[in-house]
Design a binder for this molecule. Structure first.
Ligand code: CA
Length: 298
């Protein structure tokens, strides 16, 4: 089979995650959760920048008022990258010190959604939250084991969600105005021998792109009929998430991880942890939504 992937940034992340195309600056953001780093890459100039944080960072989104909103180990924070300041605005799990925040994304109305997981392999201790535009916190889904992929359908009527340990993708009817979700349906079941469903994105045709941890691939699924349409094989096993980027949103960026691989596996997967890209994928992504806080900030 023809090799369609390229290495965009060879830097090996322990747990590369959360790719996000910043339309305003034409840069790709992603995080290394375990190394507590926010990465930024400009395909135009090839510049690669790393911002170090004091705690693990599961996901970030662009704050329309400047800077980023981030799901950190202990809560959700606003980050000013130039001043290098981190302002914690929500800590809904202070009573659960063994949990950390994991994947997150903004919804079409500008709320930031982020979920948690146990760091000690407890099942069902996590939740999916939203940081509302007034910086209050809502609980959206309880009894989550490993909160991961989030995507909204192009018509904004549906939220797709992955709790990895269920090996399922579920859908909810989504109300843009209230942020409410209801009517949960299981739409995709991943055969466990294919890997763990991790991060995901959606293209403008409404098809889901799901990363498979321990599955060596990203697969495109039709959520309406629960059918896998095609897949892209990668030279690394721990494929964590993907996002469309580039001027026309046709380049698919894919994050990966090298954490937990033994020496033999690392030898076989020298690119584990790199940022990959499928240029001119023939598919087009949706512009990432931004956090739109209503409250004035300094
Ligand atoms: Ca993930």
């Amino acid at each position: 089979m023809k090799k369609i992937w390229e290495v965009a940034v060879p830097h090996a992340c322990a747990l590369g995650e959360g790719p996000l195309w910043d339309h305003n600056t034409q840069q790709l953001y992603w995080v290394d959760i375990l190394k507590k780093e926010i990465h930024r890459f400009s395909p135009e100039t090839n510049a690669h920048h790393i911002q170090k944080l004091d705690q693990m960072v599961g996901a970030i989104a662009i704050n329309s008022k400047g800077g980023l909103v981030a799901a950190l180990q202990n809560g959700i924070a606003l980050i000013n990258s130039e001043k290098n300041t981190v302002e914690m605005v929500a800590e809904p799990e202070q009573h659960l010190p063994d949990n950390r925040f994991n994947d997150g994304k903004c919804d079409p109305d500008g709320r930031f959604w982020a979920g948690t997981m146990s760091m000690t392999n407890q099942h069902g201790t996590g939740s999916l939250y939203t940081l509302e535009k007034d910086l209050s916190v809502s609980v959206k889904i309880k009894n989550v084991s490993c909160s991961n992929g989030l995507a909204w359908s192009p018509d904004l009527q549906t939220l797709y969600y992955i709790d990895s340990l269920t090996f399922e993708v579920v859908s909810y009817d989504f109300d843009v105005e209230s942020g409410g979700i209801q009517n949960k349906k299981v739409i995709i079941r991943i055969p466990p021998n294919e890997g763990l469903p991790d991060g995901m994105t959606i293209d403008e045709e409404g098809m889901l792109w799901i990363a498979y941890y321990n599955g060596w691939k990203v697969a495109r699924w039709d959520p309406n009929i629960g059918k896998e349409l095609n897949q892209i094989r990668l030279p690394v096993s721990q494929v964590t998430s993907c996002a469309f980027g580039g001027k026309t949103l046709e380049d698919l960026y894919i994050t990966t991880a090298n954490t937990g691989l033994n020496e033999q596996q690392k030898e076989k997967q020298p690119l584990a942890g790199a940022l990959f890209v499928i240029k001119n994928s023939r598919f087009k992504g949706m512009k990432a939504f931004e956090f739109q806080p209503s409250k004035k900030q300094d």
